[in-house]
Design a protein around this ligand. Structure first.
Ligand code: PLP
Length: 347
């Protein structure tokens, strides 16, 4: 236990925050107004609805989730990952994920004592379906988790390769669609094809990261089996009421996501035009940018000095050596990072 390290969150005070894939836009006005009334009326002297039934109905309708799927809600999708990983963490059990991937998969597995085997993506960040199948055959994992689109690379994997992984898995498969609001396609319909598939989503990237709300959708049998690991009141009353109201204005959040996708295009083109930068294709609300060899730590520090916080992913996995991960921010934030990187690179 003394060897465990907590997830590191950088101090962003006073900085333009482009490190954590947050939506840069303020809460839509229509939601702000509706919240004022609704949240003031929440009976916080009472425990919240342990089933969060009204919120589940709102999520189902806003995200158009398959009727046959049951839902479990979590305090962020992080909590649902913790529940899933704790559920399968038995001696001899294994988690398989592609790498590089979302850091929490490994951190939670380690804390839960679950063996974690990673399978490298190809140098182009494609899912290596053959290598994934080989790892699945070798380890017979209790759980496979794939983020689609992937963090920190930002790309969406080829659907056929992802299906091959789902079909090869002998245990549970989780497709983590944290970045679905910015992607061209999603896997909701796959739930009807694969009873061992669970879909993980969050409202964080839509613009509600502070509420802490994620959802797991899948076959009722699996959701029921996971239910004993969920603490009864894990979704607090203010989150239940606030998210329900917000989801009734889903269009306003979808419009912000569309604005982020448009800014992603502009940021991509502008960064790709700077000397020595390679910008990887993204279906998410961030860009993975490869900088000239050996310069990532200094550029990260230089951006911080210029008042901009991005994520240094160089050093986390050999495939993302020399890389920075830059969240798509507001138009002003994006212009600031383009200008600052241009200055640092002497463009
Ligand atoms: C792939 C992936 N899954 C899950 C999460 C966590 O989401 P939440 O805010 O719902 O805990 C993130 C956050 O960055 C992520 O990148």
């Amino acid at each position: 236990m003394l060897a465990l390290r907590a997830y590191q969150v950088a101090d962003a005070r006073g900085l333009i925050k482009l490190d954590a894939m947050e939506n840069p836009y303020p809460l839509p006005e229509v939601v702000r107004k509706a919240w004022a009334q609704r949240l003031a009326a929440v009976a916080v002297n009472r425990y919240p609805d342990p089933e969060a039934a009204a919120l589940k109905a709102a999520l189902r309708s806003a995200m158009d989730l398959p009727l046959g799927a049951s839902l479990m809600l979590g305090n962020g999708s992080d909590e649902l990952l913790q529940i899933l990983i704790s559920a399968v963490a038995r001696p001899g059990a294994t988690l398989v994920t592609p790498a590089p991937g979302f850091a929490m998969f490994g951190l939670i597995a380690r804390a839960a004592g679950l063996r974690h085997e990673t399978v490298d993506l190809t140098p182009e960040f494609a899912l290596d379906a053959d290598a994934m199948r080989a790892a699945i055959d070798a380890h017979r994992p209790a759980l496979v988790i794939v983020a689609q689109p992937n963090n920190p690379t930002g790309n969406a994997f080829d659907a056929a390769a992802l299906r091959a992984v789902v079909e090869a898995a002998p245990g549970l498969v989780v497709i983590d669609e944290a970045y679905y609001p910015f992607a061209d396609a999603d896997c909701r319909a796959w739930l009807d094809d694969y009873p061992h598939l669970l879909l993980l989503r969050t409202v964080s990237k839509l613009g509600l990261a502070g509420l802490r709300l994620g959802l797991l959708a899948g076959a009722p049998r699996w959701i029921e089996a996971l239910e004993p690991l969920r603490l009864p009141y894990n979704i607090n009353a203010l989150t239940q009421a606030g998210a329900e109201v917000a989801l009734s204005h889903y269009d306003a959040f979808a419009a912000q996501a569309a604005a982020i996708v448009a800014e992603r295009r502009r940021l991509h083109e502008a960064l790709a035009a700077l000397p020595g930068l390679t910008v990887h294709p993204s279906q998410a609300n961030f860009l993975l940018v490869r900088v000239p060899a050996g310069r990532a730590p200094a550029l990260h520090a230089g951006l911080r000095d210029a008042g901009i916080l991005v994520k240094l992913v160089d050093g986390s996995h050999p495939l993302v050596a020399d890389c920075l991960r830059i969240t798509v921010g507001s138009p002003e934030g994006n212009t600031a990072v383009i200008t600052a990187l241009g200055d640092l690179l002497g463009a």
